[in-house]
Write a protein that binds this ligand. Structure first.
Ligand code: NAD
Length: 494
């Protein structure tokens, strides 16, 4: 009975879609059914936005003391840890990623809630010296209001937590729209927020298609801020739509991330992490180091060994303990990756490993084998485009200057790494790379305390860190004259 499915959370209640429509979610590892969820309509989104607006106007969350909002987030973190297995399983089924990776995501999600819980009441505000003894001038940070939060399918709850935690810490209300392929952990977190007593209307969840359900979150007049994580094409549309309404906008978009290996680097660590950089989570990571840039003196041996190890990577579903990597998210996405690799080869790259689907044992899933393309030129489409799959392209350099030029030769600027034993080189190169996160002799770790975001077309704004909280606030200047007096500009006449 599809009409009894009520998986939208609007104004503190679980409700079905106003059209009764549903969507079946499948696991990309074997196409088995994971669940059936409500498919929201524009009318449902309207109701969610208005519920959030009412809660903002009534200040039901904004007027809760910041320290209590922080405590609330710490309780959310505890609840997430208690239900970690259930959440990780749901995430693994929706995304097809290995359970162990989904469990790791849960720890990161908990850490994010803890971080914003701890800094919720730490915003100092500012006193401004007006140069006048009768004036008290201060800057306070108000909640920004109704936030539209739109998230992708690769780290569904992790990306949502980077938005939900600071939005709530700062006293806002929100409407979350997760990717249509991966809704389940977003539903579970609404359960947690509701059970812990978040007032009705503060947290709302709408599920469904980007064009119908996501688009109003950047265009509706009652939205104050939209925070989006996803691809460049969608991000541009959201940015344009938000600009029409003069809304605050934060965009976390794609990346084409350089992983630069100097000949003096710790060879084993660099090699091992080059695999990790490109193939972790099947390369479905916005900051994946898929652009390997190796110094020419070691390139041949390094790439031969990378290829040998890539060929040995075991693919499998979420609960296959032997698996080292999982499937892509959908058939359409796998076809896009296959086409991207094909175009790279046609443009002159040499296929060294992978370049094919998962093999007979994975027929039901959307697997794509870890792929290495070498002899790539800077204009090869496989080097230029994001690709978003388990595909590493190889370029070589001879000098430090050349390495920097190649690493910056991309329209994106999300993340990158430099591997060298020479800290002078490491620091010079890291300062000159135009990417939002730089790892020196490592790949992938990030901290909730440290800002995350992109240069160039990788986005606008920053998540995490103190700036990640500030994005959800509006600075307000309060100027108090303690000795009111007649100004005399327009004197009384007669
Ligand atoms: P996507 O842009 O296709 O979709 C992201 C979200 O936007 C989904 O919820 C989708 O339904 C919604 N959407 C689609 N059209 C919309 C519209 N017109 N208006 C409003 N919402 C709309 O991205 P994806 O394929 O889900 O995710 C992959 C992309 O996300 C990659 O490019 C990846 O690099 C990027 N990403 C970036 C980061 C980061 O931190 N910078 C993190 C994760 C993923």
């Amino acid at each position: 009975m599809t009409d009894t499915i009520a998986t939208l959370f609007i104004d503190g209640k679980w409700v079905p879609s106003s059209s009764g429509e549903t969507r079946t979610v499948i696991c990309p590892a074997d196409q088995s059914e994971v669940g059936v969820v409500s498919e929201a309509t524009a009318e449902d989104v309207e109701r969610a936005i208005l519920a959030a607006r009412r809660s903002v106007d009534a200040r039901v969350w904004a007027d809760v003391r910041a320290s209590e909002r922080g405590d609330f987030l710490l309780r959310v973190a505890d609840a997430l840890q208690e239900r970690k297995d259930e959440f990780a399983r749901a995430e693994a089924l929706d995304t097809g990623k290995r359970l162990v990776e989904a469990e790791g995501d849960m720890d990161d999600i908990t850490a994010c809630f803890r971080y914003f819980g701890k800094i919720a009441d730490q915003h100092p505000g500012r006193l401004v010296d007006a140069g006048d003894a009768s004036v008290i001038s201060r800057i306070v940070h108000e909640p920004i209001g109704v936030c539209g939060l739109i998230t992708p399918w690769n780290f569904p709850l992790l990306q949502a937590s980077w938005k939900i935690a600071p939005a709530l810490a700062a006293g806002n209300s929100f409407i979350l729209k997760p990717a249509e392929l991966t809704p389940h952990t977003s539903m579970l977190i609404m359960e947690v927020l509701d059970a812990l007593g978040l007032p009705a209307g503060v947290a709302n969840l709408v599920l469904g298609d980007g064009g119908v359900v996501g688009a109003p979150l950047s265009s509706h007049p009652e939205i104050d801020m939209v925070s989006f994580t996803g691809g460049l094409v969608t991000g541009r549309k959201i940015g344009e739509s938000a600009a029409q309404g003069i809304k605050n906008v934060a965009l976390e978009l794609g990346g084409k991330n350089p992983n630069v290996i100097f000949a003096d680097a710790d060879y084993e660590a660099a090699l091992d992490n080059a695999l990790n950089a490109g193939f972790l989570d099947s390369g479905l990571v916005c900051s994946a180091g898929t652009r390997l840039i190796v110094q020419d003196t070691i390139a041949e041996r390094f790439v031969d060994e990378l290829v040998a190890r890539a060929e040995g990577i075991v693919m499998g579903g979420p609960f296959d303990e032997a698996a080292e990597t999982g499937p892509l998210i959908s058939k359409e996405h796998r076809d896009k990756v296959a086409d991207y690799v094909q175009r790279g080869i046609e443009a002159g790259a040499r296929l060294r490993s992978g370049g094919h689907w998962g093999g007979p044992e994975h027929e039901q899933g959307f697997f794509y084998a870890p792929t290495v393309l070498d002899r790539c030129t800077a204009d090869n489409p496989a080097v230029v485009e994001e690709g978003f799959g388990p595909v590493i392209t190889v370029e070589t350099f001879s000098t430090e200057e050349e390495a920097i030029a190649i690493a910056n030769d991309t329209e994106y600027g999300l993340a990158g790494a430099v591997w060298t034993a020479n800290s002078g080189v490491a620091n010079r190169v890291s300062r000159r790379l135009r990417h939002g996160t730089i790892w020196i002799n490592d790949y992938h770790p990030y901290l909730p305390q440290a800002e995350w975001g992109g240069f160039k077309k990788s986005g606008v704004g920053r998540e995490l860190g103190p700036t990640g909280l500030e994005e959800y606030t509006a600075a307000k200047h309060i100027y108090e004259n303690t000795e009111p007096a007649v100004s005399g500009w327009f004197p009384r006449k007669g």
